[in-house]
Design a protein around this ligand. Structure first.
Ligand SMILES: NC(=O)c1ccc[n+]([C@@H]2O[C@H](COP(=O)([O-])OP(=O)(O)OC[C@H]3O[C@@H](n4cnc5c(N)ncnc54)[C@H](O)[C@@H]3O)[C@@H](O)[C@H]2O)c1
Length: 343
């Protein structure tokens, strides 16, 4: 690939980006983390040649053509704007910002995204603080994945929705020191902090071609690690998938036996085949999604035709996700159905 990347934020997802870029391969030149001083240690441990002290240093590095933003939500918009103004391609983690300022007939879609890593009052992460993660948490952190997935697969957009949100753990213990994402903070000095973001949400949706659906997100469902799942029921059959068992697709039939399709490129449709990198029987999962997404992204940049259709989510899709989040928040607050205004 012709591009040279820098990655801002080298926590949980930043490391996944760097690993996927190396597999493509795209050259990763350097990183910047929360304090410029810690960048040197991060760059050294990741084997990167440059440790940046500021966004401005990345913006003015002529070697870097593309920048991945893997930082907490509250800095995404500001960092993306600065880098785009400097002429860099930007690949930004979800959510794009804190709010939106900055066939056979498909009948039913249902599913959700369930996790347990915030079950205990002693579980802590920056996402719990609305000033760092946004006013919505489970909806914005994981509900956006479900909404994006369902709208991409069905080709339909949410037209209206009705949401119910809850904060199941109203007070949490915030450790006084630094805490890594997905780690627990028991037995360390902490302060009690009231929580105002959602641990749980159930949302009914109506899609624009008439399908109806419902999904539940939760970060307090003991035993569910990353249950991003959906079932699509059409007039001729159903499809079901669960990210915790990502190499199998359940196919439901009314008049014949149900089937389980085990991932095997030779059995996939031509459009889906390139997204299975390994032969049948060789499992693929979460880290492979980054490789496939980045391959589409960097092939597009290398081709240089910026009018061609894009197979990856764009900033306008990121903006639409925020419009969805705001509609969910409004609906839960007003306890009523809310229409989406996409323009
Ligand atoms: N697509 C996915 O599957 C996925 C999964 C997890 C997280 N995410 C998204 O990725 C982002 C980061 O989440 P995470 O779990 O990796 O968090 P994390 O806390 O593990 O890592 C955050 C990183 O950003 C750095 N950082 C913080 N403030 C910064 C600043 N102002 N400038 C530069 N660096 C800064 C930190 O030093 C750290 O290296 C979030 O927006 C989250 O929504 C996406």
């Amino acid at each position: 690939m012709k591009q040279v990347a820098a990655v801002i934020g080298a926590g949980f997802v930043g490391k996944a980006h760097i690993e996927a870029l190396r597999r493509l391969p795209v050259r990763v030149r350097g990183t910047l983390v929360s304090s410029g001083e810690r960048s040197a240690a991060a760059a050294k441990s990741l084997g990167l040649e440059r440790a940046y002290k500021s966004i401005e240093e990345i913006a003015s590095d002529p070697e870097v053509t593309a920048v991945h933003i893997c930082t907490p939500n509250y800095v995404h918009f500001e960092q993306a704007a600065k880098l785009m103004r400097a002429g860099k391609h930007v690949l930004c983690e979800k959510p794009l910002a804190m709010d939106s300022r900055e066939t056979a007939t498909l009948v039913v879609v249902h599913g959700g995204f369930l996790q347990d890593w915030l079950t205990y009052p002693t579980d802590w992460n920056w996402r719990l603080e609305s000033k760092l993660g946004g006013e919505l948490r489970a909806v914005s952190d994981i509900g956006t994945h479900w909404l994006d997935l369902i709208q991409w697969i069905t080709g339909q957009k949410v037209e209206e929705l009705c949401a119910d949100l809850a904060t199941i753990v109203p007070v949490r213990h915030k450790p006084r020191g630094h805490v890594e994402t997905f780690s627990s903070a028991k037995d360390v000095p902490s302060d009690e902090i009231p929580i105002d973001t959602d641990d749980y949400a159930s949302v009914m949706v109506h899609l624009d071609h008439g399908a109806k659906g419902v999904f539940t997100v939760s970060q307090v469902s003991a035993g569910r690690k990353c249950k991003l799942h959906f079932e699509i029921n059409g007039t001729e059959g159903s499809l079901g998938w669960n990210a915790e068992d990502p190499n199998t697709l359940w196919i439901g039939r009314r008049n014949e036996a149900n089937a389980i399709l085990i991932k095997d490129p030779s059995l996939l449709a031509p459009a889906a085949r390139p997204y299975a990198a390994y032969p049948g029987g060789h499992a693929e999962g979460y880290p492979d999604t980054f490789v496939q997404l980045f391959r589409d992204y960097y092939n597009y940049l290398d081709a240089g035709d910026f009018k061609a259709p894009r197979k990856f989510p764009t900033f306008s899709i990121g903006h639409e996700e925020l419009i969805l989040c705001e509609a969910i928040q409004k609906s839960a607050h007003e306890r009523t159905w809310t229409k989406l205004h996409w323009d």
